[in-house]
Design a protein around this ligand. Structure first.
Ligand code: B12
Length: 439
């Protein structure tokens, strides 16, 4: 049987479909591991082809028995278009991922079957059911699998990301921040692959620079320490970026940070989210303490690691003053790179449910759920103020003169040639925000 797996067009972000065929897609393109992962858990007697619309053109007449499409909220409209086209041609379409899990009935209107939650237990069952002509309309969440059995992803299917690789060690998150889609989607707590499996995969990866596609690497400092030690012992010799949480990284002793650095950590992505403690408490990200942010960033710099900060605007506690205050703090904290987002209530999150209940959802056009458009009614400002304020922060932070000064500093902190990556990240973000915020 031939299975076609599709990753749809991305319209917003550092690399998008507009970058197809350009240097930006190859250098900053984040390798998508979802489909190479599903290919790896597909029983080996079946042939799998993968098409990423951001790199190649999708042929709706492709010979295949099943089409599997992965779907985020932002990509749902395009996913539904693709699904409809294939179904018109008599193909069986399966949808999976975050959005179909949160809105299964909506997804089902465009698919023969919808897989909820993680694919490991359901995907092989679904293929068997299809062969027997007994495909079910829905496959309910099935967490009954051992993450230790998850095989390495089909890296041979990722052909367009020569610079940047990716791997996943853990899934799930123990925190329950109101806006985040992870805890509701992956409701089995934190799952951790055995260190030896992950190390094997890292060593086999052709890339010298890679990203951990984990919700964060700090869910257990004890295991993280073990991973770092093994990476050093086995002389992995690669540089990497990972998400980390403020509380764990702040509490970590110098040995932990030193091990992370020696194991190859170049940059931590940290969701600071806000300079307002009231806002952080409001969205239940109480482990973030604004008063500690500067100290944490200093510590990471001292240990030669760069910091990418995630900032979100639009919390109920945010007033129009938040924007200037944030710019001031971002400079004062000395973060190396920043992702500046407008709060987006993803279906399936407690935030979406609350705003919907209060009649504050402004649109169900999922393509606008991109963290650049305002899709809900903010509490203490207008939609226009929220959009313009966020734009102002992105524009100011990514002024060429600011990028120049920051990049020199970043090289100083990381003391490594790969320090060009956070510096290049600045240029890539500038390009993204210039395009999406029109400045
Ligand atoms: C790494 C990552 C990224 C990377 C790479 C993304 C990528 N496209 O691969 C980057 C930084 C680029 C990124 C960007 C964005 N991301 Co992101 N990202 C993640 C992260 C941390 C891991 C994703 C991953 O690789 N998982 C590993 C694979 C194996 O798991 P998976 O994709 O979930 O797939 C499993 C199931 O979902 C299911 N499944 C998925 N697809 C299919 C298809 C079929 C047919 C079947 C049967 C099953 C199935 O089976 C898989 C195996 O169990 C997740 C959070 C998380 N931990 O999952 C957020 C997450 C997926 N991202 C999210 C968002 C919103 C975004 C952005 C829109 C944000 C933005 N505006 O910048 C952009 C999207 C644009 C883009 N370029 O992709 C949200 C999605 C929420 C939603 N409802 O849509 C998440 C959940 C984060 C969050 N906290 O809310 N992201």
């Amino acid at each position: 049987m031939k299975i076609l797996l599709v990753f749809p067009r991305i319209e917003h972000g550092q690399t998008t479909v507009k970058d197809k065929g350009t240097w930006n897609a190859y250098i900053f393109g984040n390798p998508i591991i979802t489909l190479p992962h599903i290919a790896a858990i597909t029983p080996s007697e079946h042939e799998v082809k993968l098409v990423n619309e951001n790199y190649e053109t999708l042929d709706f007449n492709e010979e295949c028995d099943i089409v599997g499409i992965t779907c985020y909220t932002m990509t749902a409209p395009r996913v539904y278009e693709i699904a409809d086209e294939f179904r018109k041609r008599g193909k069986t379409v399966i949808l999976g991922g975050y959005h179909p899990t949160a809105r299964p009935d909506e997804a089902k209107q465009h698919a023969d079957s919808v897989v909820k939650g993680m694919a490991e237990a359901n995907w092989p069952k679904l293929i068997k059911d299809f062969e027997k002509g007994k495909l079910k309309p829905f496959y309910e969440k099935d967490n009954n699998f051992d993450i230790a059995d998850v095989p390495p992803i089909r890296r041979d299917l990722i052909v367009k990301n020569p610079l940047l690789g990716a791997v996943q060690w853990t899934r799930g998150c123990g925190n329950s921040c109101e806006f985040c889609a992870i805890s509701s989607f992956c409701d089995r707590g934190v799952m951790r692959r055995p260190i030896k499996n992950v190390l094997e995969e890292i060593k086999q990866m052709p890339n010298k620079l890679f990203i951990f596609h984990d919700p964060h690497l700090t869910s257990s400092p004890r295991y993280a320490r073990e991973l770092f030690k093994e990476m050093i012992k086995q002389k992995v010799n690669k540089s990497w970026l990972a998400n980390g949480t403020t509380n764990v990284l702040l509490k970590a002793d110098d040995e932990f940070l030193n091990l992370a650095r020696k194991a190859g950590c170049l940059e931590w992505f940290i969701g600071f989210e806000s300079v307002s403690q009231e806002a952080l408490d409001g969205i239940k990200k109480t482990h973030n303490k604004v008063k500690n942010f500067r100290k944490l960033i200093k510590r990471l710099h001292k240990n030669n690691m760069a910091v990418q900060g995630g900032i979100i605007f639009g919390f109920d506690e945010d007033t129009p003053e938040i924007f200037d205050l944030t710019i001031e703090k971002m400079h004062e904290w000395d973060i190396d790179v920043a992702e500046v987002n407008i709060l987006t209530p993803y279906p399936g999150t407690p935030l979406f449910d609350r705003l919907e209940k209060d009649g504050r959802i402004l649109t169900y056009d999922w393509s606008k759920y991109n963290q650049i458009d305002v899709v809900f009614k903010p509490k203490n400002m207008t939609e226009k103020e929220l959009w313009q304020g966020t734009r102002k922060v992105a524009k100011e932070f990514y002024k060429i003169s600011n990028i120049f000064v920051r990049s020199i500093k970043t090289f100083g902190y990381t003391k490594k040639l790969t320090g060009f990556f956070p510096a290049g990240g600045n240029l890539s973000y500038r390009r993204y925000y210039k395009r999406d915020f029109c400045f």
